[in-house]
Design a protein around this ligand. Structure first.
Ligand code: NDP
Ligand code: GDR
Length: 371
């Protein structure tokens, strides 16, 4: 039985990857941060009571900014594989916390590599690094592939650039099995609520249920290559099962604007939208409604642009070329964007129907704040 250690186990990818590795018979260890509220919602369903004999899923308190803690956990776990998914992963927030992003996302990766090396595990432990399409930043080539030059456009992406190269360097210097997965955006019902896709699917669900009037968004022209997180964690695992350590792009090869994603999500609840105006004056209004449960007249404004969501430097266009992953890993994404949007909206509708029921019955009074 193989043992895996996942940093960022409480995040979207950590949850799906844990499920995948457990289904493959791995013993899975995850690092979770201490927080004042419970932060294990995404993995509660696979949590095993440590008092039971021989649990296959174990959690350790830790943080990528704390080297001694990383060393201790790796020494204790002696993992065959490490998936370094932990990161301050929000691009816009990284402009507000640039030093922390550098520490957790950049130096954190170095801490993992150094721990493995210093503990004498360089031959045993394979390491996956959660690299990102944000490395491509300002467009240099379309579509973007493993050989496309990088031009990061945020403190997050610059920190991830350091992480990318320190992985390459440790692979070359110490012969370590260290690989970068350069993953394009991947989403799911477990996606963090402040990333644009989830923000939109939540809004579509809440507006349909009469729980929210409109959603404020930033750059509607940005284009992203969106896939499903379930497909991407399968790719991560395949990257570490190769004979030779290499870096791979995982992407769908299809790009879509944020505006189009909004239209697709609202269509799922029976609202056809049209956009009028431009820049900060652009609005998304209801063109027609085929859902009798929704009381919104044509012309109702449900999308506004708020310039606070514009980034100081934006990544306008991402579209990946997954040919290398297809050829060498046999990896192909199995979800279309339409499937993904349907699944996310259905999940948010289900969640907010329950919340509304509790609110209407007087059992629940706090509605979540929308960012
Ligand atoms: P999430 O934001 O959902 O999860 C991030 C995880 O990292 C959470 O478990 C979080 O803990 C943890 N974390 C944050 N800071 C630290 C720290 N200092 N020490 C230890 N753990 C920390 O991200 P995703 O699951 O979407 O992404 C996983 C990884 O892949 C990230 O590194 C991200 O940058 C990268 N990536 C993601 C892509 C995507 O489209 N999803 C695409 C390309 C790369 P907590 O729950 O306590 O906040
Ligand atoms: P991204 O994802 O920055 O690509 O990083 P995000 O969903 O935050 O933004 C995608 C695009 O949408 C535009 N946008 C908005 N974004 C947010 N969050 N909120 C808004 O209201 C909004 N309006 C428009 C953004 O400007 C951007 O162009 C994600 C993260 O998961 C990273 O960790 C990962 O590395 C990359 O994907 C690949």
């Amino acid at each position: 039985m193989k043992t895996a250690l996942i940093t960022g186990v409480t995040g979207q990818d950590g949850a799906y990857l844990s499920e995948l590795l457990l289904s493959k018979g791995y013993e899975v260890h995850g690092i979770k941060r201490r927080s004042s509220l419970f932060n294990t919602e995404r993995i509660d369903h696979i949590y095993e009571d440590p008092h039971r004999p021989d649990p296959k899923f174990k959690l350790h308190y830790g943080d990528l900014t704390d080297s001694t803690n990383i060393i201790r956990i790796i020494q204790e776990v002696q993992p065959d594989e490490i998936y370094n998914l932990g990161a301050m992963s929000h691009v816009q927030v990284s402009f507000e916390t640039p030093e922390y992003a550098a520490d957790a996302d950049g130096m954190g990766t170095l801490r993992v590599l150094e721990a493995v090396r210093l503990l004498g595990l360089a031959k045993k432990t394979r390491i996956y690094q959660a690299s990102t399409s944000e490395l491509y930043g300002l467009v240099q080539e379309i579509p973007q592939k493993e050989t496309t030059p990088f031009y990061p456009r945020s403190p997050y992406a610059v920190a991830k650039l350091y992480a990318y190269w320190i992985m390459v360097n440790y692979r070359e210097a110490y012969n370590m099995f260290a690989c970068n997965g350069i993953l394009f955006n991947h989403e799911s019902p477990l996606r963090g609520e402040t990333f644009v896709t989830r923000k939109i699917t939540r809004a579509a669900a809440k507006i349909a249920l009469g729980m929210q009037d409109k959603v404020y968004l930033g750059n509607l022209d940005a284009q992203r290559d969106w896939g499903h997180a379930k497909d991407y964690v399968e790719g991560m695992w395949r990257i570490l099962q190769q004979d030779i350590p290499e870096d791979f792009v995982l992407a769908t090869g299809v790009t879509t604007t944020v505006r189009k994603f909004v239209e697709m999500a609202f269509a799922e609840v029976g609202l056809e939208l049209e956009f009028k105006g431009s820049g900060v004056k652009e609005v998304g209004i209801v063109k027609s409604c085929s859902n009798p449960a929704i009381h919104l007249a044509p012309g109702a404004e449900v999308v506004n642009v708020d310039e606070n969501y514009f980034r100081p430097t934006e990544v306008e266009l991402l579209i990946g070329d997954p040919t290398k992953a297809k050829t060498k890993l046999g990896w192909t994404p199995s979800h279309t964007l339409k499937d993904l949007v349907s699944e996310m909206v259905a999940s948010d509708l289900d969640k907010f129907k329950k919340e509304k029921h509790l609110i209407d019955s007087g059992f629940f009074i706090s509605q979540s704040i929308e960012h």
